[in-house]
Write a protein of this length. Sequence first.
Length: 98
Amino acid sequence: HLVPADGIRVVQQYMARMPSGSYLVLCDTVKTPQTLAAQEAYDSGENPPYLVREPEEITDCAAGLEIIEPGFLSIALWRPEEDDPVLVDQWGLVARKP
């Protein structure tokens, strides 16, 4: 959330050096009207910039990797303890390097 766009390239370079069978686990805030409003409110103070991203920007980190089920979605849906979890605008994935 605080890593500039260049962070995506850094993650890709890091994963390129990892051996086959390695995993990448990440989550980030997806861009929605609500998260953009929250970003503006947060950034209006004396805080470091808070970044919200398009889903494609987040999945770009996993380019060339196999995204594990249940895929890239709200982290509330990853192994939920409830039958009807409350969805959040934090989306995540687990990906394996072939």
